[in-house]
Design a protein around this ligand. Structure first.
Ligand code: 1AL
Length: 339
C-alpha cells in the first residue's frame, strides 16, 4: 500500500476513519518533532517527512546504517524512548499510522501515544493524557490504528517506543480545530489543508497528487503539485476537493508554478453545496454542478489571480477543478467568506 499520507493513497485502500481527515503531523503543513530522548541512529525530523520512507542498500553514515525515520540506539537499562511532535494545528484525532517500513531487526515491539494541549512546546512537567495504550508493532509495516479520543483537542503528541528502536513515519489523521486564518481582506482560503480542506476524488494523479494543491506556500518543484498523465483520448481531467468549511468563494488562485511544457491549456471550476454527501454521489453529481469559473486559458509557470470571472454561487462545500485537457497545477486557493 502506498500510504505516503492522506494525500496519496487511493481512498479505497484506506480505512473509512481516515476519510475527511488531514495529516496533522505533516512537516509540509508545519508539524515539527520538537524533542526526543535519543535519535542517535536517525533524526526525529525524518518521522514527519511526507514522502514514503525508502531504504538505500549499502548507505551508512558516521552512526551506522542510514535509515529513513527516527531511530534510537539500543537501550541497555530501564525506561523507553520517546519523541514529542508539535502538530501543524491543534486538532481532533481520528487515528494514526505508525509506520515501521524497513525497520526489521530494530523496530520497537510496542508503542503508545500521549497527548496534550499547550500554547507552547511542553516541558517535562506538562500534563499528558493517554491517547493510545501500549500497542504491539510488527517490523516493516504500516499500523493504521483508529483513536477514540472524542472531542478532545491536542496540540502535541508524544510517541513512546517500548523500549527503543526505529519508526519510519508517524501520520496523524485528524481535523484542525479552531478558527481558520483570515487574510487582510477578510477572506479565508477555504481550500487550504490547514483550514481542513481535503481531496475527495480524482480521475488521475499519475505524476503528482491532488492533495499538493492544498498545501501552504508555493510549490518547491514540479513534483509539488497535481499532475496527470498525458491524455491520449477525448475528455479532460478532474478532481474534487471538500472545503474546510462551506463558504462563498470570491477569489480564485490557480498556480502553475514549475509546469512549463505541461500546464493545462485551460482550467474550469464547478461547485456545489452538498455537505455530508458520499464520495460516490459527489463524483456522479459533479457532472451537473454549476460553473464557478468558466474555461480560462492558463499560462506556463504563472500565478493566475481570478476575481471577475468567479460566478456568484453563494455558499458551497465542494469544488471540482477541471484540467482541459490535462496537465499540472501547483496550488489551488479558494478565497471566500465562511458561511
Ligand atoms: N544494521 C542496523 O540497522 N543496526 C543498527 N541500526 C542502525 N541504523 O545502524 C541497530 O542496531 O539497530
Amino acid at each position: 500500500m502506498d500510504n505516503t499520507s492522506f494525500l496519496t493513497a487511493p481512498a479505497a485502500e484506506l480505512p473509512a476513519w481516515t476519510q475527511q481527515q488531514i495529516n496533522l503531523a505533516d512537516a509540509r503543513l508545519g508539524a515539527e518533532a520538537v524533542a526526543c530522548s535519543d535519535d542517535f541512529f536517525a533524526p526525529m525530523s525524518r518521522l514527519l517527512q511526507a514522502p514514503a520512507a525508502i531504504f538505500v542498500p549499502g548507505k551508512y553514515d558516521a552512526h551506522g546504517k542510514w535509515m529513513d525515520g527516527w531511530e534510537s540506539r539500543r537501550k541497555r537499562g530501564p525506561g523507553h524512548d520517546w519523541c514529542v511532535v508539535r502538530l501543524a494545528r491543534p486538532g481532533r484525532l481520528a487515528g494514526v499510522d505508525i509506520d515501521t517500513s524497513f525497520f526489521t531487526g530494530n523496530y520497537p515491539p510496542a508503542a503508545s501515544l500521549d497527548g496534550c494541549r499547550a500554547g507552547r512546546d511542553p516541558q517535562d512537567a506538562a500534563s499528558w493524557e493517554p491517547v493510545l495504550a501500549p500497542t504491539p508493532l510488527g517490523g516493516n509495516r504500516h499500523h493504521l490504528i483508529e483513536i477514540a479520543s472524542g472531542d478532545a483537542v491536542f496540540s502535541h503528541l508524544r510517541l513512546n517506543i517500548l523500549p527503543d528502536g526505529g519508526v519510519a513515519r508517524l501520520r496523524v489523521y485528524g481535523r484542525p480545530a479552531g478558527e481558520p486564518e483570515v487574510a487582510a481582506d477578510g477572506l479565508v482560503d477555504l481550500a487550504a489543508a490547514l483550514n481542513g480542506a481535503w481531496p475527495v476524488s480524482w480521475n488521475d494523479q499519475h505524476f503528482g497528487v491532488v492533495g499538493n494543491l492544498l498545501l501552504p506556500g508555493r510549490g518547491i518543484d514540479m513534483g509539488d503539485g497535481w499532475e496527470t498523465r498525458r491524455r491520449r483520448e477525448p475528455g479532460f481531467d478532474w478532481c474534487i476537493v471538500a472545503l474546510g468549511r462551506p463558504g462563498t468563494i470570491r477569489r480564485i488562485e490557480l498556480d502553475t508554478a514549475h509546469f512549463k511544457g505541461n500546464f493545462p491549456d485551460r482550467c474550469s471550476l464547478q461547485a456545489v453545496h452538498a455537505p455530508g454527501m458520499s464520495r460516490e454521489a459527489l463524483v456522479t453529481q459533479s457532472q451537473f454542478w454549476p460553473t464557478l469559473l468558466p474555461e480560462t486559458p492558463m499560462r506556463a509557470d504563472h500565478l493566475h489571480l481570478l476575481t471577475d470571472a468567479v460566478a456568484a454561487l453563494g455558499a458551497v462545500s465542494h469544488v471540482r477543478l477541471n484540467l482541459h485537457p490535462d496537465g499540472g497545477v501547483s496550488r489551488l486557493r479558494l478565497w471566500g467568506e465562511p458561511a
